[in-house]
Design a protein around this ligand. Structure first.
Ligand SMILES: [Zn+2]
Length: 133
């Protein structure tokens, strides 16, 4: 699949009618909303927080991190938004998803261990739910 060019719009409230290919960035509500880049029309909400997504705005374009995995939608699309472009990523296996969540990036922080474990547990639960679908 080819990369999809996007535009961004800074808004206070996210409009009810979303245009495809537009990233609606609401700083007052610390959230970004867009229609799934595969074209399926599903609304993708990415809250901005230290444990959710982070937004980078370089003055011209928007990037979101980490990648966006629409596992709960039928399209199951997975892409990165970098520089107002949706770049398609591989579909991850549940094992890969879990490895990413519990990977080396967060290890070595002893004090955050309990929280890390509960996040991993929550993720395992979510993966099980996806697998049942
Ligand atoms: Zn989609």
């Amino acid at each position: 699949m080819r990369a999809v060019r996007l535009t961004h719009e800074f808004v206070h409230y996210v409009p009810e009618q979303l245009e495809p290919g537009v990233l609606y960035v609401s700083l007052p509500f610390t959230t970004v909303v867009h229609l799934c880049c595969c074209g399926c029309g599903n609304k993708v909400v990415t809250p901005l927080s230290p444990t959710d997504w982070s937004l980078t705005f370089d003055g011209a374009s928007i990037s979101l991190s980490p990648s966006i995995g629409n596992w709960s939608y039928p399209c199951r699309s997975h892409y990165w938004i970098r520089g107002n472009t949706a770049q398609w990523a591989e579909r991850w296996t549940p094992r890969q998803i879990e490895a990413a969540r519990t990977g080396t990036g967060q290890s070595g922080q002893g004090h955050s261990e309990p929280r890390r474990r509960s996040l991993a547990a929550r993720f395992r639960q979510r993966v099980r739910r996806w697998l049942r679908q």
